[in-house]
Design a binder for this molecule. Structure first.
Ligand SMILES: [Zn+2]
Ligand SMILES: [Zn+2]
Length: 308
């Protein structure tokens, strides 16, 4: 197995995809993050960014015929986080195995929620009819996912662990926030070889900092946080379930995060506007960068990130 911990932004946009010449540099796809850890593929959310990832996985598959196996973590099932799933080509390949994890909504299993993005008359193929082996699991705060180097994730209990782990194990912890419309959202903390990454999107800061989320993100190497709005925009968007740039920075500082990435960009923000936001954010936190589609971060080598 390759000792690696790479994170690639596949989609960095909130709400809707925004292709076009004003979003070329930061990207227009909705949220999807790909991680390659110790030979395992982990995908967080299935916004439109997952479509290109699927095409690349298919190219690899057609070259070597090694079945595609991936662990998929869902923060929630709002459209911008799942709209790419029906167009993720590996899901239609019989040898593909996808271990999916997501929260229960309104006391319904995650499988029921995720199935809703592939059902008639909205889409011609039902989720239950895809050829691949999709194993759908509920995950909640207090549980963790352990991957022991063989692409076979297992759920354990944080307080009463029963599964064996070693220095090569990947550990994924879940955090439940209710600061997002409908039944809330999950944040994930992914740990490997002593490095920690937190992905906390679609969480509104309200009165910052979020004390519980700060604890969950304590001393992380990389915090990827929702920063959809400027302070001015937030005046008309309170309660929508998203944070401001200042809220993300407050969270990062309170958690003592080593690096911060501002994520879930507002679809109205052009490349120029995002440059402006980045300039402002760096005055408050120098180790702060913007999420950029297609950019890769090597977490094992990470000390302080900076924009190219
Ligand atoms: Zn979103
Ligand atoms: Zn959402």
């Amino acid at each position: 197995m390759k000792e690696e911990f790479l994170l690639k932004f596949r989609g960095v946009r909130g709400s809707i995809p925004v292709p076009g010449k004003t979003t070329l540099r930061y990207g227009g796809n909705t949220t999807c993050i790909e991680l390659r850890i110790n030979g395992n593929i982990i995908i967080v959310d299935a916004g439109t960014g997952i479509i290109n990832l699927g095409n690349e996985l298919m190219t690899e598959f057609l070259k070597n015929f090694k079945p595609i196996k991936a662990t998929m973590l869902f923060t929630h099932v709002h459209l911008d986080h799942v709209m790419g799933l029906p167009f993720f080509t590996p899901i239609y390949i019989g040898t593909t195995e996808l271990n999916m994890f997501g929260p229960r909504y309104y006391n319904q299993d995650f499988k029921k929620s995720i199935s809703m993005c592939m059902q008639s008359p909205l889409f011609p193929v039902e989720f239950d009819d895809v050829q691949s082996n999709c194993i759908v699991n509920n995950i909640k705060e207090g549980e963790l996912i352990i991957i022991n180097g063989n692409n076979n994730p297992e759920i354990d209990n944080v307080f009463r662990p029963t599964k064996k782990t070693d220095e090569n194990s990947i550990k994924i912890f879940a955090y439940q926030s209710y600061a997002h419309p409908n039944d809330g959202v999950l944040a994930y903390r992914i740990e490997y070889k002593g490095k920690k990454v937190v992905i906390a999107t679609d969480i509104e800061g309200y009165k910052t900092p979020d004390v519980r989320l700060s604890k969950f993100s304590k001393d992380v190497d990389l915090l990827i946080a929702d920063a959809q709005y400027t302070e001015q925009e937030y005046q008309n968007a309170q309660g929508f379930g998203h944070s401001t740039i200042n809220m993300a920075i407050d969270l990062a500082k309170n958690a003592n995060a080593k690096n911060l990435v501002l994520f879930h960009h507002d679809p109205r923000h052009t490349d120029e506007k995002l440059d402006e936001i980045h300039k402002y954010a760096k005055t408050l936190m120098p180790n702060c960068k913007m999420a950029i589609e297609e950019e890769v971060i090597d977490i094992l080598k990470l000390s302080v990130v900076s924009n190219p």
